[in-house]
Design a protein around this ligand. Sequence first.
Ligand code: MGD
Ligand code: MGD
Ligand code: MO
Length: 783
Amino acid sequence: MSKSLQGFATESRTVMIKPDRDLLTSSHWGTYRVEVQDGRVTGMRPFERDPDPSPIGPALVDLLDDPMRIKAPMVRKSWLEGGPGTAGHMRGQEAFVQVTWEEANRLVADELQRVRREHGNQAIYAGSYGWASAGRFHHAQSQLKRFLNCIGGYTSSRFTYSFAAAETIVPRILGTFRGFLNNQTSWESIATDCDLLVAFGGIPLKNGQISQGGLGAHIQRDGVLRAKAAGVEFVNISPLRSDIDAAIGAEWLAPRPCTDVALILALCHTLLVEDLCDDEFLARYTVGMEQFSAYLLGCSDGVEKTPQWAAAITEIPAETILELARRMAQSRTMVSVAWALTRQQHGEQPFWAVIALASMLGQIGRPGTGFAFGYSAMNNTGLNRQQVNYASLPQGKNPVAEFIPVARVTEMLERPGDAFDFDGTRYTYPDIRVVWWAGGNPFHHHQDLNRFRRAWAKPDTVIANDWCWNSLTKHADIVLPCTTTLERADLALTPKDRHQVVMDKAMEPVGQARDDHEIFRGIAARLGAEEAFTEGRSPEEWLRWIYTVSRQRAAAEGVEMPDWDQFQRDGWMEVPAPPKLTVMMEAFIADPDAHPLATPSGRIEIFSETIAGFGYDDCPGHPAWMAPAEWLGAAAPDELHLMSNQPHNKLHGQMDHGRVSQADRPDGLEPALMNPRDARTRDLSEGQPIRLHNARGACLATLRLSEAIRPGVVQVATGAWWDPDPDGDLCRHGNPNALTPDQGTSKLAQGPAAHSCLVRVEAFEGRLPERRAHQPPEIVPRG
Ligand SMILES: Nc1nc2c(c(=O)[nH]1)N[C@H]1C(S)=C(S)[C@@H](COP(=O)(O)OP(=O)(O)OC[C@H]3O[C@@H](n4cnc5c(=O)[nH]c(N)nc54)[C@H](O)[C@@H]3O)O[C@H]1N2
Ligand SMILES: Nc1nc2c(c(=O)[nH]1)N[C@H]1C(S)=C(S)[C@@H](COP(=O)(O)OP(=O)(O)OC[C@H]3O[C@@H](n4cnc5c(=O)[nH]c(N)nc54)[C@H](O)[C@@H]3O)O[C@H]1N2
Ligand SMILES: [Mo]
């Protein structure tokens, strides 16, 4: 055995010896070399293979043991004194009491026993949505779900906040969503075979910093620049000019937010009436063009979807729409539609409409053209790669059937026993007694946080595993402090990237923090489920198991991975790119009979009998324009459309308290971007504190002015930890989810609709309230 691996194998629960090479870690924002002095991480350097590293990672170094780090298990004071169900409305406003791990484990185990006995396992909600950290074994949700499955299961959640609307509707149109999402036409193919890239929601390189489960080399910038150099022309359709990098010199069209479907329908209308459709493609590869044409021409609803019609809705001139349609038909065209367009009311429609548009253009499945789901939503979009189904921690089977569409969490807590629609079926909300989150932050990701907080008061007990005092842990009853990735050994094995990386343990856990796995093992032991949970394997043995199975699966696909010792010694490997460039839907286009889509017709469903059969008023059988409840077309003169997109300087709320995120907030408030024209009419000026508000709540922000945002729109990135004023509905820090509506995209998908949101903006007068977002809660002695 090599020197670097001594002490690893045989003894269970031994700690890995440091390898001879420089330490490595992987994260959703990239791979880094980790510097350690005297047992403490002192720096993170970009991985030498990364041509465009993200600045996000090194923020972690300062945060490892700062005052916001949770260093011991904690229990909310009145819950500890009064037991489950005590003063749920005080969550987020109360002090905590430190307890031992033994006591924490006992409290959790007893509460689980009580709830299972009195209410059944479906009374435990552990959808626990969120991104947690990279790493195949220490994946918090998998650990939580595996643990709960060992003791009878839990109510789960379906789909994601990223694009629930697409996850529900695209399989009905194309047979699968993920299957195509993971095989989008590569940047290289665009550079060689595309003339025109029309991007709804742009190609924001800020988002390409991220890839779920880790990445070795950031390729987005290079991909876009090479395409540009090869002569591809870009059209950025977005409220933000910066959604395509300035170096690209894209044409910028800025329709009113949430009106893209009207624009797309008018493009389709032009193709239809000007005889620019590829009729052969439509006949061979699609069904339902007849019904869709009838709708475009106004036969079915009396409204013809002309460029003039769309101009009134989008505020894009009819002539521009007409010309764009002709140009798309004359060019080798790729249409990209950002995931953000699903996160709005009727968020099912933009993807469906783009698929219909690309079908009419007839270039799907050919090199460089067709359509794509969000170039640069992540670094892996358009990354040409061989994909291996690497092993992960098996979660086991959940015996509980109850679930909710992920974003219906508030409604579930508000209305136990009530019915809801989802994808053609009616279901019932369970009555939840315990909520458990590990590896996500609902006070970051959920909409209408003031309403959410009221619903959050209802369960008897809220448990949270996290490593810092963010807005989730402050709103929990039992807080179980976990390690960060730097304090444990793991593996970043991901089909989404070519680099596979060893995640070294770089330092001992801070304070009493434990790995999520160890937290659940401790509780499982109290419940007689330890053997079932661990299967007798130590964490190190699990890592070897995951690696061994992954290596076998890779071999079956012709990908050679080194043996464990060699991988540990090297620290990383690169899976060679496949010799052939990825072209989405290539096989289907080559032979639709041999490779039919998994839809009822085997073809692209421009009209879906199934969806039409559901009879939903908010999701008919073909792509359709339905005005959202909140958009500029229905706004009062002083209202603006709030755009809460992904932050450029962090991943969601992670490391909000770190230096990279804080650098953007000289006065402690999240910036809000506004067009100077809107600032003038409100008498506002650059740099001043403002208050954004609507009927749901309010938040503070610092005003930033720019011509690069469409008039009528104000942009506040997500991510500022929610910091509610105890006396009202004001977030003192700038979390836009204080304002966003909590409403399903439609009865079909019930996805989140954060982007359909109107607000008013005014100067904030007087002294800024003290911000608490980056202060730990009060810790008091046991009373
Ligand atoms: N208004 C608005 N809201 C949005 C969006 C939007 O566009 N607009 N976007 C939505 C989207 S697409 C998403 S994906 C969601 C994201 O929402 P989330 O994924 O919930 O947000 P994160 O901040 O990434 O939460 C991850 C949490 O895991 C914790 N964590 C990290 N490592 C570990 C670990 O090893 N163990 C444990 N136990 N915890 C760990 C982090 O500290 C952090 O608190 O937000 C959604 N919300
Ligand atoms: N730096 C960073 N990168 C990330 C993340 C992060 O938190 N930080 N999160 C990751 C995650 S979980 C996800 S799901 C992806 C999300 O990927 P996206 O959903 O693509 O990301 P967003 O930044 O929300 O949206 C992209 C752009 O769409 C535009 N847009 C919004 N609404 C509309 C509209 O109605 N019409 C048009 N035409 N444009 C609109 C906005 O201007 C926005 O900048 O990003 C990933 N990448
Ligand atoms: Mo997401």
